[in-house]
Design a protein around this ligand. Sequence first.
Ligand code: NI
Length: 211
Amino acid sequence: MMTNGLKITLWLLVPVAVVLLLFGIGILRDGKRAFTARERRIISETDSLMPVYTLPADTAVLRAVSVDFSDRELASPLLETLLSKMTYTVRHPSQDGVGIAAPQVGLNRRAVVVQRFDKAGEPFEAYLNIRIDRLEGELVCGPEGCLSVPGMRGMVPRYPQIQISYVRPGSTERQTEWVEGFTAVIFQHECDHLEGILYIDKAVELSEVEE
Ligand code: NI
């Protein structure tokens, strides 16, 4: 026989258990939450024209190796926001770029936006969890600049054909593609950003230019 006092004590434990359970679920959910607090802040609190990270102030971010998006992050509306802001930023007359990588807006994540000069209408397209799998042909030198290295230009040796693999926005399926010519050069430049490499590391000639 339970005493009334014990019964009351047990019933009091029920709400305590419920609170602990909800708290535990909260911690688990947070652990799987898309993006870090800092990344969420950068994505949601910036204007469409995002501040571009530059040397020397932002060396730590620009020199870090970027990581993949999780499946949960690939499906997140925050990622859509990030890609549309990156696209707006690279196309903006103040930047006027042909490609941009996520570290250039402060996120060490494997996302690039590249202008596809090899496609009709030369659209800007986003590529996620991108990697260069093969580099083919003889190195060819061409002029490059970078939004993150203002006031400089350089001649950089690049491969004329590359094979890339990536996930497109709205998908989780990995695709493979061969790219050639100037578009392949842009992909090499942007993918280098994801390894913390800047074109000035590879340039054979560097010069200052009027901004
Ligand atoms: Ni760049």
